[in-house]
Structure formats: C-alpha cells, structure tokens
Write a protein that binds this ligand. Structure first.
Ligand code: DON
Length: 424
C-alpha cells in the first residue's frame, strides 16, 4: 500500500487554490513580476522524510523567513546575553517595517520585525572575505542539505527601493544599536532576504528545528537545543507580526512569513511545514499560505496547545527473567521528560524491596531530557537503597556524558539480550 500523506497534501492544495485574494509585494519591483498562481506545499518529519506537492521545484526568495535563521546563527555564535543587549523578545503588535524602538532601552522590540532583523544581521560574525549574508547562506545550506544561492535580481531590485530599511538603519545607528556603517548592514540584510529556496528546502530547514537542531537526514547537530528553543519561542510570539495573536489562536504553530509568499512553520518534535503562494495580505503573509496552515492545523491536530498524552507511553513492557525470575526488566520507550519520569518513578515505587536485579532498558527511548536523566538516576539510587542491584542498559548511547555524571557505573552499553544472557 502507499501512504496517503501525499494525497492529503494534494487535496489541501487543490481545496485552497480558488482563493485569489491578496496582491503581489510590489514595493520590491522584481517581486511584482512573479507568476501569482505558483502554489506549493511541503511537509517534513523529524526522521527526515519530505512530502511535497504543487510547484515544489520553484525557487523563491526567503525574505523575512531568513530572519529566524539569522537570529539562530547570531545566538549560536555570540550567545544569548550579547544578542539580548541589542534585540528584545517582545511582540511589537506593529507592522514588520514599523519605525520604532523599545521605550526605555532604545533597542528593537524583537528580531522578526525589520529593525530587529537588521540589528540581528549586524551580530553575525564574519570575515573580510566572507560576508555576513554569505555566512548565513552557508548555514542555511547546511540546514537544507543542499547548496542554496542568492537571487541577484531580487537583491538589486530591493536595493533600489529600500528607503524604509535605510531609514531604519540610520535610526539604529543614531541610537548606537548599530555600531558600523548602516548602509553596509542594510545591504547585507537585503542580501540575506534574497536567498532562494523551494518549499522542499524550507520543509527540510523546518525539520531541523522540529528535530531539536539535528539535521534529520545527516544526523549532524547544527544548533544547540537552547538556541532552537529561543528561536521557536520568538517565532511563536513575533513571527507573524501584528497578526501573531490571531495566528497563535487559530494555527498555533511557530512560524515565519516572507513577502515573496513563503511561510515556514515548525511544530517541535513533530513536523516542519512550508507553503508558497505569492499573493500576500496586509500583514505581509501569503493569503493561501495562511489558509493552508489554518486548515492543516485543524485537520491534523497540530495546534501547539493541544498537547500530547506522551506520558501514557513510557513503559513498553515489564517482565521477569533469569534463574528463578530474579531479574526484572523495564523496557522504556518514547521521550523521558518530567511527565514521563514522574510516571516511571511511580511505577518503580511499586517494586517491592528485595534482592531482585532491576534492569532499566533505554534502547527504545528517542530522547532523554536532563530532568529525565536526573529523575532516572534518583530512582536508581532509591532502588539500590531498597536492596536492588540496578543496571541501566543504554546500548544506543542516548545518555550524554553530562547526564551520566556520577552514575557511570550503573550504565552498560551492551544490547539488552546480550546483557541478560549472563543471568540465564
Ligand atoms: O525588508 C523587507 O522589507 C523585505 N526584504 C522582507 C520583508 C518581509 O518579508 C516581511 N514579511 N512578511
């Protein structure tokens, strides 16, 4: 049988195609010349599968969808404290190109509006031979898993009419937020906006964020988990500008739009979604793109606030083995965060005091949060106090060195079957 997911995506695209509301972004002359009917949708999973439909090979410029990734790169390279000195995290409730600063601090309110994005661009470390925009292009290419390029025509076209962004640059230089020539920084920001992608690239890029910073196809760690958390938080509260509240309540997926007609959305731990349709609304969001996200969120239950009953799945099985059944095996599965750890400890609480060997098998866990590791080892310590020899089987190496600190002796790296052979 064939999975029905591609058919579903095709169906969504077809049912939203009739909506011809909105208009092309004509303040960038080159964008006013694109085919308004191009339409594409892609979805990525956290294990690296990409589904796509429609004009999924058509490239378009990222525009403001580049902003969260410039923010990610700045955070990854210079750290949160330095970035926070220059750009806030408060939703502005204003248009994306509003000429405004935070009241007392005189810094831009957030990195998703243009003033914050121009400032964020200035924070990306660069070399004399490799510009900031080029640094970002390389970084995004790593996320997308292929070499991306700039759209020089769109870049030069926007340069000609970038009066508003220049005025933002000069304002930021006046108050000392920018410390270099504002012309050069604004030009670099406009160049970053001209990086070209397809919906498949965007879905892949979103997939890395959904997967906690690890590129699902290569397994390479490209972003720290803390950076991903910060970026997604800001996308959720500020990514859709003065429509952020409407978006959060109806769609509930951290997202970012671009005036070329793209929207990228990330549901942590689940999916990345990308759409492309060039006609935009008064906020700068693709009209059909908003339709698609609203529909998919509703139909696929993707709203962030719906939550998932993950704690029901932590224990895969419990069984007795070994001579005279003196070994008790707990096979765990899923993700070990606070909720699941609390449930696991409550289950272990029922284990009567005694000499039975307890084996906690982590092989089928997909992630252990630090709190999960702390609670797991606290449970181990208490079981030992009750008289049980305890062993944690971590054959896939899911526990980090830091998480194992002080507990290495109870962790074995063998496969569960191999370990249990000793007790038969
Ligand atoms: O700075 C600008 O005006 C454009 N290069 C990007 C604006 C944009 O995409 C707004 N978001 N939807």
């Amino acid at each position: 049988m064939k999975t029905p997911v591609p058919d579903y995506l095709k169906h969504v695209l077809t049912s939203c195609r009739d909506n011809e509301k909105g208009a092309l972004a004509d303040y960038i002359p080159e964008l006013a010349a694109v085919d308004p009917d191009k339409f594409a949708l892609a979805l990525s999973t956290v294990d690296g599968t990409i589904y796509s439909t429609g004009d999924d090979e058509v490239e378009f410029t990222m525009q403001s969808m580049s902003k969260p990734f410039a923010y990610a790169l700045a955070l990854q390279k210079v750290g949160l404290t330095k970035v926070m000195e220059k750009v806030g995290v408060e939703p502005s409730g204003e248009a994306f190109n509003q000429i405004s600063l935070e009241k007392d601090s005189n810094i831009p309110k957030n990195p998703m509006i243009n003033s914050g994005a121009i400032t964020t661009h200035s924070l990306i470390p660069y070399k004399r031979t490799v510009s900031r925009a080029e640094q970002l292009r390389r970084f995004l290419s790593g996320l997308a898993g292929r070499e991306l390029s700039f759209d020089t025509d769109v870049y030069t076209s926007e340069l000609k009419t970038a009066f508003r962004n220049r005025s933002l640059g000069y304002m930021l230089r006046t108050v000392g937020v920018l410390e270099e020539d504002p012309e050069a920084i604004v030009n670099g920001y406009i160049k970053q906006c001209s990086i070209k992608v397809t919906v498949k690239d965007l879905a892949m890029i979103a997939g890395v964020l959904a997967n906690g910073g690890i590129q699902p196809q290569t397994g390479k760690k490209l972003l720290d988990r803390s950076v991903v958390r910060q970026v997604l938080s800001v996308m959720l509260t500020c990514g859709m500008y003065d429509a952020a509240g409407d978006w959060l309540t109806t769609v509930g997926i951290p997202a970012k739009s671009g005036v070329a007609g793209g929207i990228i959305g990330v549901l942590p731990g689940q999916v990345g979604i990308a759409v492309f349709s060039p006609r935009i609304d008064e906020h700068g969001h693709s009209v059909r793109g908003v339709d698609i996200f609203e529909r998919m969120s509703r139909e696929m239950g993707l709203h962030l606030m719906e939550g998932t009953p993950s704690a029901q799945t932590i224990l895969q099985s419990r069984y007795l083995t070994g001579k005279r059944d003196h070994v008790v095996v707990y096979e765990l599965r899923g993700v070990l965060q606070f909720t699941e750890s609390e449930m696991l400890l409550r289950i272990l609480q029922d284990e009567p005091e005694g000499k039975k060997r307890i084996v906690l098998d982590l092989t089928n866990l997909t992630l252990i949060h630090n709190v999960g590791a702390r609670m797991l080892f606290e449970g181990v310590a208490r079981l030992k106090k009750d008289g049980h020899p305890v062993v944690v089987v971590d054959s896939e190496g899911i526990l980090s060195e830091a998480q194992m600190k002080g507990n290495k002796r109870v962790v074995v790296k063998e496969k569960l079957t191999k370990y249990l052979e000793k007790f038969q």
